[in-house]
Design a protein around this ligand. Structure first.
Ligand SMILES: NC(=O)c1ccc[n+]([C@@H]2O[C@H](COP(=O)([O-])OP(=O)(O)OC[C@H]3O[C@@H](n4cnc5c(N)ncnc54)[C@H](O)[C@@H]3O)[C@@H](O)[C@H]2O)c1
Length: 308
């Protein structure tokens, strides 16, 4: 199992670290455009191997795609992150060029690869890879919902005063401050609906805190977060690498599901060795459907800025 991670910055390095610590991949190649940067991150991470007990070999390369050849999974984290006060959508100008270029180089050297898109605005970047890479649609996965759901569960546990392991919940829709659709109706504490324990007012607060989860951290850190994003990517990579058939909300190209076509947006999918093996269609209520529709309008507006 060979995994390439493009972008050895905060998210890329964190993702490589979590993949290595979970010890399921034989090799992780970190690639960055900044001279020596990926080599340095890889060496630093390899020096944690004896301490953390992993055998995954991490190597770093400066823009040399020949070293990524025959990767089973490639993760794209290259591009600029947002600064406090910015939306993810504002990153499109710079990141679209980077993502297009990087995905075409990856596919040239690993024509059978599965690509996980992380760079923002993620739903639009996943759409761009669909339109330009030539890969089958099950092989292009946008990571957003796995992270947003982890943040949702964190906020739910906080509101419940419960450990996070007691809580289950999912966020679908676009990966943006306004587009996320946290499914509060379906969230549970040990299979009991959380709405039994949390007032409507507190639940609205949980929803809002979840939606601005990234922006809150960007304000605190001065740049966007990396631990939870890296962990979320590593969970998707592991589900594919180990053929786990696990369900995650991911940005997926819809073709009629949820009444939408020609759009990448967050919906639950089953991940296994073939990438997206199934799109799970939930029965949404009218409010959730309306929220999803509004979310899709936002994603389409950003997609329209692409020069395809
Ligand atoms: N989808 C999500 O849930 C999610 C979560 C967090 C961050 N992000 C996004 O991930 C991206 C990376 O964030 P970060 O905090 O790691 O940023 P960062 O600045 O720490 O790292 C980005 C890296 O990309 C490299 N890079 C730029 N152009 C490149 C190219 N053409 N080829 C190879 N490498 C290139 C840079 O040199 C840098 O090291 C941002 O767009 C951010 O918004 C997405």
């Amino acid at each position: 199992m060979k995994v390439t991670v493009v972008g050895a910055g905060a998210v890329g390095a964190s993702c490589a670290e979590y993949i290595a610590i979970k010890n399921f991949a034989s090799e992780v190649v970190l690639l960055d455009i900044k001279e020596g940067f990926a080599e340095g991150k890889a060496m630093d991470l390899m020096q944690t191997a004896s301490l953390n007990g992993f055998d995954t070999k991490i190597t770093g390369v400066t823009n040399d795609y020949s070293k990524t050849a025959d990767s089973d999974i490639c993760v794209i984290t290259s591009g600029i992150p947002r600064k406090p006060g910015m939306t993810r959508e504002e990153l499109i100008g710079i990141n679209a060029g980077i993502v297009k270029d990087v995905s075409s180089n990856l596919v040239k050297h690993s024509p059978k690869t599965i690509i996980i898109v992380v760079s923002n605005p993620m739903d639009t970047m996943a759409y761009l890879v669909h339109k330009t890479s030539g890969l089958d649609k099950n092989k292009i996965i946008g990571m957003g919902g796995a992270l947003d759901s982890a943040r949702f569960k964190y906020r739910l546990a906080e509101a419940l005063g419960a450990p996070i392991s007691d809580v289950d919940g999912m966020v679908i829709g676009g990966h943006s401050d306004t587009g996320m659709v946290p499914l509060t109706r379906l969230a549970t504490r040990n299979s009991v609906p959380v709405t039994k324990f949390i007032s409507e007012e507190r639940m609205n607060q949980v929803m809002e805190d979840t939606k601005v989860g990234g922006a809150t951290l960007t304000k605190l850190l001065g740049t966007s977060a990396w631990y939870a994003p890296g962990a979320a990517v590593s969970a998707l990579v592991q589900a594919i690498a180990c053929d786990q058939k696990k369900m995650f909300p991911c940005s997926v190209m819809l073709n009629g599901e949820y009444g939408m076509k020609d759009i990448c947006i967050g919906a639950p999918v089953i991940l296994g060795r073939n990438g997206i093996e199934k799109i799970v269609e939930l029965e949404l209520n009218d409010a959730e459907k309306a929220h999803m529709k509004e979310s899709a309008e936002g994603v389409r507006k950003t997609n329209d800025l692409l020069e395809l």
